[in-house]
Design a protein. Structure first.
Length: 133
């Protein structure tokens, strides 16, 4: 059964920036190069803010940037949602907003449900103090 599991929901303390290729109003998709540039920009901004994160290629169309915010552990569901939403908008993107505890995400190191490609770690950044807010 474990071999079949490839999605999960967010941890109570987890924030995920879901970065896919943008869809333009004319129906065209953003280029892979522009998406990759946005991804690297967000990762650099997180590093400059000294925020720990793990960034994964999803195995499908984009990246997931995972941040642990331990201060969310004992907050109520709505407070966690609002905090995630503010964080994602400040550091990431409005696309594919993953602010709810029940937001499904592709599981790490597992095949993506659409493509069969593994979600793989591409950047891991550590600091000494965890998330600074």
């Amino acid at each position: 059964l474990a071999a079949l599991v490839n999605n999960r929901t967010l941890l109570r303390t987890e924030i995920v920036i879901d970065l896919d290729r943008k869809k333009y109003s004319n129906g065209a998709d953003e280029s892979t190069e522009l998406r990759d540039r946005r991804f690297m920009d967000i990762c650099e901004r997180l590093k400059r803010a000294n925020i720990q994160f793990k960034a994964y290629f999803t195995g499908s169309n984009g990246y997931h940037i995972h941040v642990i915010a331990s201060q969310l552990a004992f907050k109520d569901k709505e407070t966690r949602r609002k905090y995630r939403e503010q964080f994602i908008r400040a550091f990431g993107t409005e696309l594919e907003l993953k602010a709810s505890d029940s937001s499904p995400i592709a599981m790490e190191h597992r095949p993506h449900w659409k493509t069969g490609n593994r979600k793989t770690l591409v950047i891991e950044y550590h600091n000494q103090g965890g998330l600074k807010t």
